[in-house]
Design a binder for this molecule. Structure first.
Ligand SMILES: Nc1ncnc2c1ncn2[C@@H]1O[C@H](COP(=O)(O)OP(=O)(O)OP(=O)(O)O)[C@@H](O)[C@H]1O
Ligand SMILES: [Mg+2]
Length: 372
């Protein structure tokens, strides 16, 4: 898919801006703090209805305004689709083909994006929470069911934690209701774990091939999903569900004492392994970079496999972070397939011969002009 046009109204430092994009490579060139990341963020928010930088949606609205709008025109295999996201004090409204979508899950997935920023290196070396967010964001775009399950799961998890706290402080004494919540949490949790396992397996297949190419055959990358559910119980949603439910029975007292839910997908992790060793702990910086790049590029392939369309790629300041070899690999992998938006303060660190017919925009203080 391609994003052919975007319109921004009062989004961050953009007041009224309309831009026509190239179906190939789009470069946003500008000094620091001019609005490059804001523009990529607008595309990301248009796709996912939430930002990668903040959970506070007010920050996305221009300081002198109450509301913001982002509109986009998508070109898909089946035709052109206008999408729109309105942000305001009462929350957000999402439209597809000018029709308001009651459920977020019917909106997210229209535009699929993959974002790669320097902080994405933390996919490999950061806290488990970074990788859980990564799985939720990526898999949620590919599968409405995943998105629905994870929204429900989070809701029930919150209720359950609150209830454990109330039991602990003797505000509540009814343990039957705790069992009801444990049952619901196990049901959604089992769906999420099972779907994660399936999607990780597919992602790993792509990432392994890419990693092997970048490391010139020297390294084999593998993924390992870490969960409280025993390996031999991971065969179906039903077995995972039973296992979680049994464990909840056993750890009930401990959970009440600690006032929190101790097992489930919100505690799981994804580990990357090179030649049998965990990259998180034992990988060199180069190996960590290659792993992050392989995972990002693998996402493109997985997204294509799952949705039948290539996603669009957002590269925030990453080219200058990659050495020539990795740059070449990245840019050749996306060439002629994936519409790309990249930001940089200068093109001097970029191998420009690899950017075929780029459309170059200059960004100054929230104003965009065409450089070439
Ligand atoms: N809600 C808002 N309303 C108006 N301006 C905002 C808002 N949020 C952020 N800004 C402005 O946007 C600027 C940051 O823009 P952005 O993060 O896109 O910079 P950048 O071009 O990516 O810079 P760098 O090269 O340093 O990454 C801030 O300095 C701030 O002035
Ligand atoms: Mg930036």
């Amino acid at each position: 898919m391609k994003l052919t046009k975007i319109e921004l109204h009062h989004f961050r430092n953009y007041i009224d801006q309309t831009l026509d994009f190239s179906a190939g490579i789009n470069v946003f060139l500008g000094e620091n703090a001019q609005g490059k990341t804001n523009l990529l963020e607008a595309i990301y928010v248009l796709a996912l209805t939430r930002s990668h930088r903040t959970n506070n949606e007010k920050e996305l609205i221009n300081w002198n305004s109450q509301t913001a709008q982002i509109r986009g025109i998508l070109q898909k295999r089946l035709g052109s689709v206008p999408i729109e996201l309105d942000l305001g004090p009462k929350g957000k409204r999402a439209k597809v083909n000018h029709l308001e979508q009651a459920r977020l899950s019917s909106y997210v997935g229209q535009l699929n994006v993959i974002l790669f920023a320097p902080e994405d290196l933390s996919i490999v070396k950061g806290a488990p929470q970074v990788r859980r967010k990564f799985m939720d964001m990526e898999f949620g775009q590919m599968s409405n069911r995943y998105l629905y399950n994870s929204t429900q799961y989070k809701k029930i998890l919150k209720q359950r934690n609150r209830y454990l706290r109330d039991l602990h402080h003797h505000v509540q004494s009814d343990r039957v209701y705790l069992d009801v919540l444990s049952d619901q949490l196990s049901a959604y949790g089992a769906e999420i774990i099972f779907q994660r396992l399936q999607l990780i397996k597919k992602l790993a297949k792509f990432a392994q091939r890419i990693h092997s190419e970048i490391s010139q055959g020297k390294e084999t990358l593998a993924f390992a999903y870490k969960t409280a559910v025993a390996d031999d119980q991971l065969t179906s949603v039903e077995t995972i569900y039973q296992n979680l439910l049994n464990q909840f029975k056993q750890i009930k007292e401990k959970e009440i004492t600690r006032s929190t839910t101790l097992i489930g997908p919100h505690r799981d992790d994804l580990n990357f392994v090179i030649n049998g060793k965990e990259v998180q702990s034992f990988g060199s910086q180069g190996q960590q970079r290659t792993t992050a790049l392989s995972v990002k590029l693998a996402e493109i392939d997985l997204m294509k496999e799952q949705t039948n369309e290539y996603p669009i790629l957002l590269l925030d300041d990453v080219l200058s972070e990659l050495d020539d070899f990795r740059q070449t690999h990245l840019l050749t992998a996306i060439q002629d397939k994936v519409q790309t938006f990249l930001t940089t303060t200068s093109l001097s660190g970029v191998q420009q011969e690899l950017l075929t017919n780029p459309k170059i925009f200059r960004i100054e203080n929230g104003n965009v002009s065409l450089e070439k």
